[in-house]
Design a protein around this ligand. Sequence first.
Ligand SMILES: [Zn+2]
Length: 160
Amino acid sequence: MHQAGASALTQLLRYDPPDADLRTIPCPCGHSAHYKELRSKTVLTVLGPVKLRRPYYTCADCSKGQYPVDTELDLAGLESSPGVRRMEAVVGSEMPFAPGREPMKLLAGLDVTAKAIERAAEAIGTQIAQRDEQEIGRAKQLVLPVVFKQNIVKMYAERT
Ligand SMILES: [Zn+2]
């Protein structure tokens, strides 16, 4: 099911070149960025890795490149979807980052690095703490039911 979901999502994330009237967009430097080509990157989502293909724009003036789609999807400069980053943050707030890879694999079928959990936990931890503490409480109940948590700790203790 994960597989089917991931390939359906890949279809959705296959953007076409922009229409003629959308080939020029503002650049933060004040000049304009022009559509150059479609570029792909792999993004880890809650359904597994998917390929994102989207338009790439460059500015002739400052030579900076940008991907408006990445900004829209909250993926700018990142390789994990917001959903995965939230899960990593929740897991990272519950246990050390390295063992946190275990529930990510067990509950979501995702292979992530301890570093990714650490980064997400720090980034989102601060963000959520400031904004909505209830949300992380709800997310914890969803992602880490008590029974799983105990099993994971046990599993871990046995292995080490
Ligand atoms: Zn520019």
